[in-house]
Ligand binder design. Structure first.
Ligand code: SF4
Length: 481
């Protein structure tokens, strides 16, 4: 994966299973690619919700699962892995959030970004509300607790109609779990069922595979799913069909795990398809096709199959170098990058290679990889990106650089090629990308490439205002509540 852009968050929930907490733990493991800054689980025995959260990946927070999981053991649970898009990477922002209001306890886990969060927060603070975190998610709890919202016939549906932006959400009340997906369906959210009959909700279906659950269907945009003692039920907080979806195509290109299935298709198959299309659009005479692992691998396989050129692993990714690796100086940072992505000299030396990457964001990381291949003796380097040039920033829950930092924002193709120090450069066209996708073209968000934001972004800049709430707090110790 390219380190120019970061993953978002992953959520997992299960109702009515004696091993709900253990299954959540393994579900979070399989969603770890979506965030490693913090992890947490909230569980409930039908009366009292408790939670445990901490900084770092699931393994660091929960260890091997002994002890902590036993204390949390309950038949319903929700979990979260975090990459911060709004709100700093601090323990106070780790999820699920847990609060108490007039109707009892509620725990919340969120994937996405609420672009009107800071406006709402200003409003609530003006009336004296006190916030415990700097995350956009906390505003949802204040909305739930507001007396005029509590008295509505369907308080949750009412609250969701106040939110703007991208959100896949899990709520836990003492008697039920509720899942909701924003009306644009920006990020995926799926429903599964264990062989024992317990319902499961997760950001990606790879979490179902991990616990032996079967995929049932995706949560629809604008839908609320309730899991309780009566089983599963559904309702909509936005009339179906009134808003065109804006599925994030980057989920398929980069963020998601290859064995996941959403937006109507499997991620691996989609990446292979765009790799094939890339070979049709940008053929070149060469000896070998190599991927930038991991997210470029399937596209490189597709390119190799289409071009009939051999595939090999010229770059090897180490999964043991943590993303939060703190290198003290530039030299140490360079060594860390080399450890993370190592060149197999014997595979590339003297060869004309086609390198397939999922995308090129700032370009500096990509140039480092190309230099390493050149130093290893590659004779020619033909770089192919399995998505179009990224020209516009993103506001709905992914940490992308600003417009000025994007290499394709103000450079010609030749200038980018020269900057990256490669012999030729080819990007997949937007038409080609959309032709490979299963849903109708206007059901996807393509704003990264053409700037056409389906969710209005005029107030999105307020997300950055959230940082002004950043409190000078030290990382609190991990704790039970
Ligand atoms: S702007 Fe890009 S990253 Fe954001 S939802 Fe659209 S396609 Fe996804």
């Amino acid at each position: 994966m390219c380190s120019d852009k970061k993953e978002e968050c992953g959520i997992f929930g299960i109702y009515g299973d004696p091993d709900a907490v253990q299954k959540t733990y393994f579900g979070l493991f399989s969603l770890q690619h979506r965030g490693q800054e913090s992890a947490g689980i909230a569980s409930c025995d039908g009366q009292y919700i408790q939670r445990y959260t901490g900084m770092g990946p699931v393994r660091k927070v929960f260890g091997d699962g002994d002890g902590i999981l036993e204390k949390l053991a309950n038949p319903m649970a929700i979990g979260h892995v975090r990459y911060s898009t709004t709100g700093a990477s601090k323990a106070l922002n780790s999820q699920p959030f847990l609060s108490e209001y007039s109707r009892g306890q509620v725990a919340v886990a969120h994937n996405g970004n609420l672009i009107n969060a800071s406006l709402l927060r200003d409003e609530y603070e003006a009336y004296g509300s006190i916030f415990k975190s700097t995350s956009d998610t906390e505003i949802i709890i204040h909305l739930i607790a507001k007396p005029s919202h509590v008295s509505k016939p369907d308080p949750l549906a009412h609250v969701l109609n106040h939110l703007q932006g991208a959100y896949s959400l899990l709520f836990m009340f003492s008697d039920r779990i509720e899942a909701a997906r924003d009306p644009y369906g920006v990020h995926p959210l799926a429903i599964g069922k264990t062989p024992e009959g317990a319902f499961v909700i997760a950001s990606e279906t790879c979490a179902f595979d991990a616990i032996g659950a079967e995929f049932i269907r995706e949560v629809e945009p604008g839908e609320i799913i309730t899991l309780d003692k009566h089983g599963m039920s559904s309702r909509f907080f936005v009339k179906p069909g009134t808003i065109k979806p804006a599925y994030c195509l980057f989920e398929h290109i980069y963020f998601a795990k290859q064995n996941s299935f959403f937006f109507g298709e499997n991620v691996h198959e989609f990446r292979k398809k765009i790799g094939k299309r890339l070979a049709v659009e940008h053929p070149v005479d060469a000896d070998l096709v190599i991927p930038v692992p991991d997210s470029g691998t399937a596209a490189a396989i597709g390119y190799s199959e289409q071009s009939k050129l051999p595939f090999d692993m010229g770059l090897i990714r180490s999964h043991y170098v943590g993303r939060t690796f703190l290198a003290p100086d530039q030299k140490a940072r360079e060594m860390a990058v080399k450890v993370k992505l190592a060149v197999v000299k014997e595979a590339v030396k003297g060869k004309r290679i086609i390198v397939v990457d999922d995308s090129i964001v700032r370009g500096t990381t990509t140039r480092g990889k190309m230099r390493a291949l050149r130093e290893a003796g590659a004779k020619e380097i033909h770089l192919r990106a399995s998505c179009p040039p990224i020209k516009f920033p993103f506001f709905y829950g992914v940490d992308f650089p600003t417009k000025e930092e994007l290499i394709a924002n103000n450079r010609t193709l030749d200038q980018i090629r020269d900057f990256l120090e490669v012999d030729t450069l080819g990007y997949l066209s937007l038409e080609g990308l959309l032709e490979c996708a299963k849903c109708p073209n206007d059901h996807y968000c393509t704003a990264c490439w053409n700037g056409k934001y389906k969710i209005p972004v005029d107030i999105a800049l307020n997300k950055f205002a959230m940082e002004h709430y950043q409190m000078q707090l030290f990382n609190e110790p991990t704790e039970y509540e």
